[in-house]
Design a protein around this ligand. Structure first.
Ligand code: FE2
Ligand code: FE2
Length: 299
């Protein structure tokens, strides 16, 4: 096979299933990484972005299903839809807990809802080329975003520094259950993009859009949390705060994030070349939330 074609690693493939998890937040403190509001809120931005973002994935993918001409890929996409719908719901359920602790996220989530539902929504396009172009563009955007959800999933599964610092076990389980499923399904969005389009220029263009949007939304989300946290008197933060935590291991390292960019843009790249399905499966086998879900299903 030519090195200009994505090269999947077949042994990393797994059948996907949604786990019907649930979490109770009453014992989780506001700063669930003790003494570190910056790390806490940087990760908390996930609860602001993912409910609307993953709902949008599901909305777009339901429109793409009729275009899939491969049974195995269709089964993967159906499994992906089930997992993402559950992720969206699980993060959404953290928001009332933040509100109870004096941190109402509504002003920010209203903007995120507008971003995904209006700016990236269906638009009133006539059936035909324009509508198809917009659908393919969004499928490519999701593939680029999923490069980062897999990156973060892989990171959080190995982020032992968070355990060492006494981070809240329920929040860690939410993040690692979600992260493990992101690793499990890391190839689906890319495979779907390759199946319906796969254009290299579109891959690069939509990566640039997705990356810029993620950086923009994330830094605004961190600022929103720090400014509205009722316990903080000095809400200032800078890139240095992020960089230093990356070095300490409580957030992803800046160097690792930068190195992930040329990987996604490599012509022979396939998501199955990164991360470890075995590590994800091993976490899910012991995840308190996943085990409880399994027990409920068996009952
Ligand atoms: Fe997800
Ligand atoms: Fe995902």
């Amino acid at each position: 096979m030519s090195n200009t074609q994505p090269r999947p690693v077949e042994s990393e493939r797994i059948a996907l299933k949604a786990r019907n998890v649930s979490f109770s937040w009453e014992d989780t403190p506001l700063h669930w990484v003790p003494g570190d509001p910056f790390t806490t809120h940087t990760i908390n931005v996930l609860h602001l972005l993912l409910p609307a973002g993953e709902r949008w994935f599901v909305h777009v993918y339901k429109q793409v299903l009729p275009l899939i001409r491969d049974d195995r890929l269709r089964a993967d996409v159906v499994g992906f839809i089930g997992q993402e719908a559950m992720h969206s719901q699980a993060h959404d359920e953290v928001l009332p807990h933040l509100r109870d602790q004096g941190l109402d996220p509504t002003p920010y989530t209203a903007q995120v809802d507008w971003f995904f539902e209006k700016l990236l929504g269906d638009r009133t396009l006539p059936p035909g080329r324009a509508r198809r172009w917009w659908l393919l563009e969004r499928v490519a955007l999701i593939a680029a975003i999923e490069h980062y959800t897999a990156f973060l999933g892989d990171w959080v599964l190995g982020a032992s520094e968070l355990d060492r610092r006494g981070a809240d076990p329920t929040m860690l389980d939410l993040l690692r259950w979600h992260g493990a499923e992101e690793v499990e399904h890391r190839s689906v969005a890319f495979d779907l993009f390759q199946h319906v389009d796969g254009g290299y220029r579109r891959r690069v263009r939509t990566w640039a859009t997705a990356f810029s949007a993620l950086v923009f939304l994330w830094q605004r989300g961190i600022r929103f949390f720090l400014e509205n946290d009722p316990t903080l008197t000095d809400p200032k933060a800078s890139f240095k705060d992020f960089y230093l935590r990356g070095r300490q291991g409580t957030l992803p390292a800046t160097g690792d994030m930068l190195r992930s960019i040329p990987r996604y843009l490599g012509r022979g790249y396939h998501p199955s070349q990164d991360c470890s399905t075995a590590q994800a499966v091993a976490y899910l086998a012991g995840s308190p939330a996943a085990l409880a879900a399994q027990k409920r299903e068996a009952a």
